[in-house]
Design a protein around this ligand. Structure first.
Ligand SMILES: [Zn+2]
Length: 718
């Protein structure tokens, strides 16, 4: 049985106002359907995966490719295809001219940017980073003629916060999106919005609901393709394909969009979610090869990247684009007992690949197979940081990039937070004042000596979910310090798996890094935010189904509480209990929640879900008792108040319901559920002006909620 972590149990929201019962509520009352997507892949996974595209020789579809003059993408997946590919390209060269003239028609334009996120990609599983159990020639080949960052670190091992940190070049503790499911604050400046303001056409192709547009990462994108079904159908099933889409679909959508936007500079974000549990390939695929399921998924992703790269080459985009490939975080895979990511901040989940392809590079390698590229790469890596000449005739309107040369490997640690400033620096665009990362371009061009860069990372999961201590880390050079009740210090050069805690052996270094960490936290401290952002009902349902409701708003006590290392067994039991609850094995879940509470009566989430178990078992009095206890232990925990309110609403006791929803709004003034349900209670009590006011507020919070609009219209006619 998969662990709850398979579903990214750390799909969580900080701050109260969420209700585990919002699923039942939204099923009954409301929906918040996603707006129509401008770009949408109209294929099913089987359409893609069984497509004979994968086996058809592109030579036979030549006419269509000639018409596009950059060639429709094709896939070369094996050595026997090399000949076929070469023949096709030969025809193209003859009939269309060399590919470079096709690209050269855009030579007066600034370089395009293609940003590829391979979600959950642990750097140490790429052969370019030294992995030997499988080969990843296609991903590795992105660095051919480009640059590989050997020690890139995610700032936070969670999908939305990590991407937001990269997009905004801000620290998670500064932008305050430190959990999945939180809403991107209004007005943030992203690399997409910067490039859009500079005339770039911008588009994103998303592989998972975690980055759905309703969380706000779509800012600055002309097209944001996240076609996930948001129908409210009760408790969302995180295994459902509607929560994600196959990488082949994502790549195809991106490819189609690129095909329709030639002749202008573009910023394209491509997000593949195939490495994230639950895995989509049958276990048999991995078993047959004697590799892990993660590695089997990675081989699949690698092939997708190979075909995508070839498509970019053939269509001319590769030549004229800055292509940046990265992982948003890694995967525990059992290191430090962590199977997935988000709980700890060890290198298994922080060390990510970061590979840059520079425009105008790699022109002589288009026909290489993945294998030969890999061989080329490995020999190159042995040479270390040799600066290489950029031989390119690719020009921009005012800047000749022939003058640039870049190192092929960067050993100095960097953060994903540095990606956006580096891209803008390359494009000769000033970084916004809000950016906190540092451009790596100087070091990349070897015109500046590599200086130790302090790289910050964090996880607040244990704190936000259970009230335990937060984890924060600072890496400088080879040393990494983890701030926790039981602090840790590691020498990553000799101990990449962080097995030997040097805290007491090198106390001076630990103290120095602790001091530096404090400086970072002070320097980038956020300005206070009035209230947590509100979320729509189906979002709340999904968050609930995926296992996270915050125990309390994060804040002043975050450095207190138990060390997450000491509570891992409890965390695992909670995951197991919640998975059983999620799968509606209530009789299995209930005793597990009880067992947690026996040793830790303060575990708010366990008690809250125990109440839900009782309600499912038609023991409402027991449920109310547990929720009331939650509120006694933690008066700030709005979900418990909302759950009680919903119970009374369903029972028709509107006075009691009203009181509870007022309590919800006192704790979380922007709660959609609080406003909507209070309006319903008010309406039943004949308090029509109050009902209208709360409905209007709810509809503002969830502008796409059809039921809210309908209810408001109905009320206005009374
Ligand atoms: Zn992720």
């Amino acid at each position: 049985m998969p662990s709850l972590a398979d579903f990214e149990a750390k799909y969580r929201v900080s701050g109260a106002g969420l209700s585990s019962r919002s699923a039942a509520f939204s099923r009954h009352w409301g929906t918040d359907r996603a707006p129509p997507k401008q770009v949408r892949a109209r294929f099913t996974p089987s359409d893609i995966l069984t497509s004979d595209d994968m086996t058809r020789c592109p030579l036979f579809v030549l006419p269509r490719r000639i018409a596009l003059c950059g060639a429709e993408p094709f896939r070369a997946q094996s050595a026997r295809w090399t000949l076929c590919v070469a023949l096709t390209l030969s025809f193209l060269v003859i009939l269309c001219g060399p590919l470079t003239p096709c690209a050269a028609q855009d030579a007066a334009q600034p370089a395009s940017v293609i940003l590829i996120s391979l979600d959950t990609l642990r750097a140490g599983h790429l052969s370019a980073y030294g992995y030997t159990k499988i080969h990843t020639p296609h991903i590795d080949s992105f660095a051919q003629g480009g640059t590989l960052f050997a020690h890139a670190e995610a700032q936070i091992p969670l999908t939305l916060p990590s991407h937001l940190s990269l997009f905004t070049s801000t620290y998670p503790f500064q932008n305050l999106v430190e959990e999945n499911g939180e809403r991107v604050p209004a007005g943030v400046v992203t690399i997409a919005s910067v490039l859009q303001s500079r005339g770039y056409k911008t588009a994103a192709f998303i592989g998972s609901d975690f980055l759905d547009r309703r969380y706000g990462l779509d800012r600055g994108f002309d097209d944001y393709d996240s076609p996930f079904a948001n129908e409210t159908t009760g408790v969302a099933n995180p295994l459902a394909m509607r929560m994600r889409r196959d990488g082949a679909l994502v790549v195809r959508a991106a490819r189609q969009w690129l095909g329709a936007h030639r002749g202008q500079p573009v910023f394209v974000f491509v997000h593949l979610f195939d490495l994230h549990m639950p895995y989509t390939l049958p276990a048999e695929v991995a078993r047959r090869q004697g590799i892990s399921r993660y590695d089997a998924q990675l081989e699949y992703v690698d092939r997708l990247m190979g075909s995508f790269q070839q498509e970019l080459v053939q269509s001319g985009w590769w030549e004229k684009s800055l292509v940046v490939l990265f992982g948003d975080h890694g995967e525990g895979l059992g290191d430090h007992q962590e199977t997935d990511h988000g709980y700890y901040i060890y290198e298994s989940t922080l060390h990510v690949p970061l590979i840059v392809h520079w425009p105008g590079k790699d022109r002589n390698s288009k026909l290489e197979t993945g294998k030969s590229k890999l061989e080329t790469r490995n020999s190159k890596f042995e040479t270390g940081t040799s600066a290489r000449d950029a031989s390119s005739d690719f020009r921009f309107s005012s800047f000749d990039f022939r003058a640039l040369s870049f190192t092929d490997r960067v050993e100095t640690p960097a953060g994903l937070i540095d990606v956006a400033p580096t891209i803008l620096d390359y494009l000769r665009i000033s970084a916004p004042a809000s950016f906190q990362g540092v451009s790596q371009l100087g070091a990349l061009q070897a015109r500046e000596p590599a200086t130790p860069r302090a790289v910050y990372s964090e996880s607040l999961y244990a704190h936000d979910a259970f009230g335990w201590a937060s984890l924060r880390a600072l890496r400088v050079g080879k040393y990494k310090y983890i701030q926790a009740p039981k602090a840790e210090l590691y020498d990553l050069e000799s101990d990449l798996r962080e097995q030997v805690n040097l805290l007491h052996i090198n106390a001076a270094m630990a103290a120095e890094l602790q001091n530096e960490l404090a400086k970072v936290l002070t320097r980038y401290a956020p300005s206070p935010r009035a209230t947590p952002p509100a979320l729509s009902p189906e979002t709340l349902a999904e968050l609930e189904s995926l296992g996270y409701l915050a125990a309390e708003p994060r804040g002043k006590i975050e450095n207190s509480g138990p060390d997450p290392k000491d509570r891992f067994a409890e965390f695992e039991l909670y995951q197991s209990a919640f998975l059983a609850f999620l799968e509606e094995h209530t009789a299995d879940a209930l005793p597990k929640f009880q067992l947690i509470l026996k040793s830790d009566p303060q575990n708010t989430l366990a008690r809250f879900h125990l109440g839900e178990c009782y309600l499912r078992l038609k023991k409402p009095q027991d449920a109310l008792r547990e929720w009331s206890t939650v509120l006694k232990l933690n008066p700030q925990y709005a979900p418990a108040a909302e759950a009680i309110g919903q119970y009374w609403l369903e029972q028709g006791d509107y006075t009691k319901a009203r009181r509870r929803f007022q309590q919800v709004l006192a704790l979380t003034p922007d709660s959609y559920g609080g406003h909507f349900q209070l309006a319903i209670a008010d309406e039943h009590l004949g308090l029509l002006p109050e009902a209208r006011q709360h409905l209007e507020t709810a509809c503002k919070i969830a502008p796409h909620d059809e039921d809210c609009a309908r209810e408001l219209k109905s009320l206005s006619q009374k």
